[in-house]
Design a protein around this ligand. Structure first.
Ligand code: ATP
Ligand code: MN
Length: 463
């Protein structure tokens, strides 16, 4: 008989149906004449309650084996449940125990565990309610992202993970090398001789796919990347990983207004998709993790995002009747406390801030006529601060060359990037969204390590 998924049975299963399920035991309750076990197969937060009657062959031996964590296949008949909390339950007829789990040593017993502890058992934590809900929501977010872009005719492009340029200037690069670290070859000038390395020059793990996405946008008009990026962030924060996923759309023939419209439509779409497809998981986050996640999601879906310039934002912050830890003045970057004040307290909804000072933004952002600001945009959200960063890109060859020189960047390494401005250049725009930040925001999870199955952070790369 085919195996049914538990999520499906809980929704559509009818009394008297004969079904087979597979999964892991979450809990067991032994009574005199029968026992209950709850089976979870990862398809939903709720498990299926199974009733084992004492007249089953081998009853006591079977019940002894069915401890939390054991893997099973159970065939039986669905019956209307008399107990509270579930519509149907499964009356077991045959039970196969694939693998037992010793209750003396299996770490996931019924009590609540801290997220810190769960990180030390990364091979088992996905079997808990919270991490299970997180990874289902994560999957729904990823599906929504692809669906959003595919519906709009964007091409998903695969940008390289290994790169030989550090043009993003994010700084925190991981080097990729096959040189013998015990005996690094040196040049006459005693520098590392990268000509003997795998690529014949220094190579790194990418910090962003944007520059390559620009190449592809100038051939396919609208593209997006969705893949891993790497930063050797040497700080231990609850918002930074060394390996994280990034979503980066890039649109040709598109100025900043179109970019803002896309960012707003994108966030609304993804939130709506997750509310529609993971309502039980979202309800769980609301009750157990963060009591504002549903309100925040509704707020994103239903409110029109605010739009102000950086200069206006600074004026509002200077007028604020409170003191900030970091100073506010024109020219300084906005800190998370400023971003949260604007989005959370002043606007009470997501807010897009545009036209930041040239000095604090990347060389590729389009210079405004005032020459003091660039066509940058950050989307700030209540409770989170910056969630999306983007810009209109500089499409004018002479201006771009001027900016590259002003920042002392290696112009010769960027020859191909400049070529895109020499041949068929167009106004174009895009943005970057940290995928884990989105999942954190969506679920209310405090620590970014708990929204990716296998987090990589300083001194930690287990599992
Ligand atoms: P932050 O100031 O938080 O370090 P950033 O300015 O370095 O962010 P960008 O270079 O603009 O970030 O990267 C684009 C997006 O990637 C950010 O908006 C954020 O959502 C996400 N992001 C950046 N660094 C990390 C990281 N180490 N771990 C997870 N997500 C990250
Ligand atoms: Mn950073």
């Amino acid at each position: 008989m085919t195996i049914r998924r538990i999520a499906d049975l809980l929704k559509t299963g009818q009394p008297d149906e004969s079904v087979n399920i597979q999964g892991w035991v979450r809990t067991k309750r032994e009574l005199k004449e029968f026992s209950f076990v709850e089976i979870n197969d990862g398809s939903s937060l709720a498990g299926l309650q199974v009733v084992l009657n004492q007249d089953l062959p081998n009853y006591s031996e079977m019940v002894r084996q069915l401890n939390t964590g054991a893997s099973v296949e159970i065939a039986g008949t669905l019956v209307a449940s008399l107990g509270k909390g579930q519509r149907i339950e499964l009356k077991a007829e045959t039970v196969v125990v694939y693998g037992e789990a010793d209750p003396e040593t299996y770490p996931l017993q019924k009590k609540r565990h801290s997220f810190e502890f769960l990180r030390t058992i990364g091979h088992l934590r996905s079997r808990t309610n919270t991490l299970g809900a997180v990874f289902r929501v994560r999957n729904a977010c990823a599906t929504a992202i692809h669906q959003f872009f595919q519906e709009r005719g964007f091409l998903w492009v695969h940008t390289p993970l290994i790169t030989a340029s550090d043009c993003e200037g994010a700084g925190e690069l991981f080097t990729v090398t096959t040189l013998n670290l015990k005996q690094v070859p040196l040049t006459d000038a005693k520098d590392i001789d990268y000509s003997q390395d795998f690529f014949g020059k220094p190579a790194y793990l990418t910090v962003s796919g944007q520059l390559e996405a620009e190449i592809m946008a100038l051939a396919f008009t609208n593209v997006y990347t969705f893949g891993p990026t790497f930063r050797a962030e040497n700080s231990n924060t609850s918002r930074h990983l060394a390996e994280f996923w990034m979503v980066e759309p890039e649109m040709a023939f598109c100025a900043l207004d179109g970019n803002m419209d896309l960012a707003e439509a994108f966030l609304k779409y993804v939130f709506k998709y997750v509310l529609d497809h993971c309502s039980d998981d979202m309800e769980f986050f609301q009750q157990r993790i963060e009591s504002s996640v549903l309100e925040t999601a509704e707020n994103i879906i239903n409110s029109e995002f605010g739009r102000i310039t950086y200069t206006e934002a600074i004026a509002l912050l200077e007028k604020a009747d409170r003191t900030f830890e970091y100073p506010v003045s024109w020219g300084l970057d906005l800190q998370s406390e400023h971003e949260r004040y604007l989005a959370e307290e002043l606007f009470k909804k997501p807010l897009i801030v545009t036209d930041y000072p040239t000095e604090i933004k990347a060389f590729y952002m389009r210079l405004n006529d005032d020459e003091k600001t660039v066509r940058a945009m950050d989307v700030l959200a209540p409770r989170i601060g910056e969630i999306i960063g983007g810009s209109q890109r500089e499409e004018r060859l002479d201006v771009l060359q001027r900016r590259i020189r002003a920042q002392n960047m290696p112009e010769e390494d960027l020859w191909w990037y400049l070529d895109l401005r020499r041949y068929g250049t167009v106004p174009h725009s895009g943005f970057g969204l940290g995928f884990e930040r989105l999942v954190q925001f969506m679920t209310g999870m405090q620590n970014i390590r708990d929204v990716i199955p296998f987090p990589r952070t300083p001194l930690s790369a287990d599992f």
